[in-house]
Design a protein around this ligand. Structure first.
Ligand code: B1M
Length: 211
């Protein structure tokens, strides 16, 4: 039984979408629980991908390809996980701030979070502060993440934090910020709870924040 989990993890790492979907179906046919396949196959592999990315042994395209393969496995498991009691790590709302159309890094962060078991709600790009507020009200996430790639748009992180405060929902979520021009100092300045320099760190920090 453990062999098939290792095979799933290895095929996710190599980005073999079809093979992953097939192996996940086989594991289910063998009677393995969806949560076990998620944890021992898909998440275990994405953890390794995250570590190797951090260490500089993998690059962005390889991570994106692995994340896509992880999604192929998730597509098979999702309906079954919804039926079972498998808990998600936590709910995470994510988006690229107003005026900013860059989404490659944000998508990478989202996919790594999903790989770690988080339930993500992706608001896309060019997200108005009010849309973040509305999403917090509607989805009641534990975490909210903002991405910005432009020095001209990172100020929208402050605007969004202020909008959350004005709406009285700031304290209901932990705020994480990231993106090339963003720094730890800026995160502190605007009152965010955390700054993550890359997708693998975002997962580690999200796990800490979610408790
Ligand atoms: Co644009 N662009 N771009 N661009 N673009 C940059 C960012 C730029 C640095 C290029 C340059 O001048 N050298 C520059 C910004 C300068 C600045 O403000 N400091 C720039 C500019 C100026 C522009 C335009 C204004 C150009 C123009 O039209 N005159 C324009 C703006 C459009 C807009 O947003 N309104 C523009 C447009 C575009 C494209 C549409 C063509 C395209 C985006 C396509 C897309 O995203 N779908 C694009 C691209 C691709 C880039 C570069 C080349 C690559 C960005 C990228 O995807 N990197 C970029 C130059 C560069 O970085 N070499 C550039 C890969 C990605 C994996 O990294 O996004 O940093 P990154 O994400 C990392 C971390 O930052 C972190 O984790 C990720 C993975 O480790 N991270 C988070 C990101 N978000 C996070 C959130 C978190 C935690 C971590 O928590 C929530």
């Amino acid at each position: 039984m453990a062999d098939i989990l290792q095979n799933i993890a290895s095929e996710v790492y190599d980005g073999e979408e079809q093979e992953v979907a097939l192996l996940v179906k086989q594991a289910l046919d063998q009677g393995m629980a969806p949560g076990e396949i998620l944890q021992g196959g898909l998440i275990a592999s994405m953890d390794q991908v995250g570590q190797d990315f951090k260490a500089g042994d993998l690059y962005v395209p390889e991570v994106l390809i692995a994340a896509r393969a992880m999604h192929a496995g998730m597509d098979v498991l999702r309906p079954l996980l919804a039926e079972s009691d498998t808990p998600s790590a936590a709910r995470y709302v994510i988006g690229t701030v107003k005026g900013d159309l860059h989404d490659i890094g944000k998508n990478l962060v989202r996919m790594m979070l999903e790989g770690a078991g988080f339930e993500t709600i992706d608001l896309g790009t060019d997200v108005e502060p009010q849309a973040f507020v509305d999403a917090v009200r509607e989805h009641q996430p534990s975490l909210l993440g903002m991405s910005a790639l432009l020095t001209t748009t990172m100020v929208q992180m402050k605007a969004t934090t202020e909008a959350l405060e004005e709406a009285g929902v700031r304290d209901s979520v932990k705020i994480m910020v990231g993106g090339a021009p963003v720094t730890q100092a800026y995160a502190q300045e605007i009152g965010a709870d955390a700054y993550a320099p890359d997708a693998a760190s975002a997962v580690d920090i999200a796990r800490d924040l979610a408790g």
